[in-house]
Design a protein around this ligand. Sequence first.
Ligand code: ADP
Ligand code: MG
Length: 222
Amino acid sequence: MVELGIKVKDLNFRWANGDFVIKSCSLEIPKGELWMLLGTNGSGKSTLLRLLAGLLAPESGYIQVLHPVGFVFQNPDHQLVMPTVGADVAFGLVEEKLPITIVRARVQEALKEVNLLSLQKRPIYGLSGGQKQRIAIAGALARQCKLLLLDEPTALLDPDSQIQLVKSVRQLVDKQEITALWVTHRLDELDYCDGAFLLEKGLLVDRGEPKRLKKRLMRLRE
Ligand SMILES: Nc1ncnc2c1ncn2[C@@H]1O[C@H](COP(=O)(O)OP(=O)(O)O)[C@@H](O)[C@H]1O
Ligand SMILES: [Mg+2]
């Protein structure tokens, strides 16, 4: 049997007094794969990611995900809290009360994985959007996350940093057997994933082969 990174069955969610925004959602992502989630604004992508991360509680349904879970938001400035790169990556480890030598090793290893080791002592404010997103990912790696949820991580990036970021997540998924779900509306990113989902008004209306979904969405946008 295939080991799963995410398993969701018959998930339903609504905001207080509102209509359902996630409707009978069922999906599976094999462990160690990178899948993408597409859909128009307001279709429920961020809500679904928050449900998967346990940040929201479903009305009904079943969610099973690998832990720990790392979350990367669209705007890294809402996520990075410490003054320097190294301190920020270490910040996520505070709860674990690890010995300082282990913290240092984990931070260095994580920064190496995202090619930012040379920036460890640098202040965060001067860095580019792409570098900041890689710091957020390093924070998840330092916590040894098995599942990475990324909510439009490239929305604020220029095309070069965009492709660089998706390539580096592809490499991490392959190398470390991390499972990742990546929300995007940029169709060129579909070239880097193992599969994709299409969400429409809270319903998963298509899933599978990224090339086919890319064609379907390209036709819709013409
Ligand atoms: N905190 C909230 N309270 C009430 N409704 C919300 C909240 N956040 C999002 N919504 C609504 O839930 C629906 C899905 O939103 P969202 O998951 O953010 O969509 P997407 O990420 O696909 O753009 C939208 O109709 C949105 O207006
Ligand atoms: Mg969203």
